[in-house]
Design a protein around this ligand. Sequence first.
Ligand code: ARG
Length: 596
Amino acid sequence: LAAAEHGLESVKRKLCRLVASSLSATVPGLDVEPMLEESKAGFGDYQCNNAMSLFSSLRGSSDANFQNPKLPKPQSNWAILNNLPPSDIVESTSVAGPGYVNIVISSDWIAQRIQHMLIYGIKTWAPTLPIKRAVVDFSSPNIAKEMHVGHLRSTIIGDTVARMFEFANIEVLRRNHVGDWGTQFGMLIEFLFEQFPNWEEVGNQAIGDLQSFYKASKEKFDNKESDFKVKAQQAVVRLQQGEERYRAAWKKICEISRNEFESVYKRLGVELEEKGESFYNPYILPVLEELTKKGLVTEDKGAQIILIEGQSALIVVKKDGGFNYASTDLAALWYRLNVEKAELIVYLTDVGQKLHFHKLFSAASMAGWLPDQNEYPKTSHVGFGLVLGLDGKRFRTRCTEVVRLVDLLDEAKSQCKAQLIERLTENGKIADWTNDELDRTSEAIGLGAVKYADLKNNRLTNYTFSFEKMLSDKGNTAVYLQYAHARICSIIEKASKDIDELTTKASITFIHADERALGLHIIRFQEVLEQACTDLFPHYLCDYLYSLSEAFSKFYTSCQVVGSPEETSRLLLCQATAVVMRQCFNFLGITPVYKL
Ligand code: ARG
């Protein structure tokens, strides 16, 4: 149980340690990083690629064995192989050409590892990361402005990052850095006063849709003939000075917006704690004072700036004396480091803000807030590309400029429902389903499809939003994966065995190659997750999940489960696949479906 409590080391980490000790035995004193990857050629499970670079080091070695400059390249391969310490993970090793050493993992070891996970739970496969607390700054829409698909990306990717960290036993502060401050509020407040003279009594519903409210007030603001612009500018000042009426109006506008956002989060199953821009207001001045004392802030044409090497300066106080996005972000970063004591702070926004964050982090380093690159605390901007429509342009719907998130989710759900009903009717199964079941299942599949279609892409690239593609039951889609998972569940159900009892009593053995391949893939879960956490790329998980279901299909095609002599072992393998799939679904914020 000790291992269960502390978590296990991933296969790859274990192998890396073996290779590291072989490397230091092969060329003592030389500090070489193990180069280990999943085997491509198929001669082993993993391959060690150190030989090539080691070859040159060996030629210069004083060791008599390696002094011959005409030493054949395979020699360094053999040296690595021979120096590998004995281990129960390794079944066999071989040398393949000059390039690499193949390592075959022990089948018994794979089987035991899976069984251990089934007994003690998937949490034993939590990766070990070097930090205890992280801030994940995500979603972060702007009040009264639209919460567009870009914010959907931030919400979905951010939630996955947070979930992966939480699984890795990191305390995550999920922060919604809402744009609830800034000059647009002068305009909004003044418009509220005009449109609703008795605004204090008016219910939030009556003010209605804040997006149109924002639009209408902006039109008025831009109209040169009216004195509205001047009034709006004065309103900003009065709000910033803390005048009661203005603060109350600001609060009301924020509240309406907040309710709208909340409903989207609830629907998506995303938890977030709002600490909007306004929260950091009291910290801006002292933070800027500190930076000024450190000599970082200089004056430039009436504005206060921080010079950044190789980039344009970071403006921290505008010409009119007001603070901006950057001043707030400096204060927020200070707060997160010093008050919240976060060791890692990640920001999820579109790649368009890359420069802003680069400058922010540079300023923080110059201030001595952040240590050298390889030490914690660290900051990281997790950028993502645009969502494109089928026309290749920024995603919009016909009638409005922006796409309403809720409409998108509704559409996905209703298309899923239609598909599901058609399928069930064709199979004569529709009678087995209640309306409630149909509804919940389509919600789970529909929302999962939208999230997965986003997460499966390398986040840095743009992706095209297509209902047709994301709702297809073929290929790398959430719909396909849901079917795959439900099928595994039905296999297990068909056997009508007590799985918990089997888990402790029976054992897993691999007879067929496809069976072992599935087992190996299952135990790779941990290293894939570790890599996804390190590089902050959720699509690693999607790639893994999809190939896991492919490995399962292959296994299921070649190996009979129910009614075969290997039934118990194979059922356990089915169960392990389902457990790992569900854990991946969980990271991706997808609700698994058991019956389809
Ligand atoms: N509200 C900003 C936007 O919509 C995103 C905020 C991201 N977080 C931050 N700390 N700057 O673009």
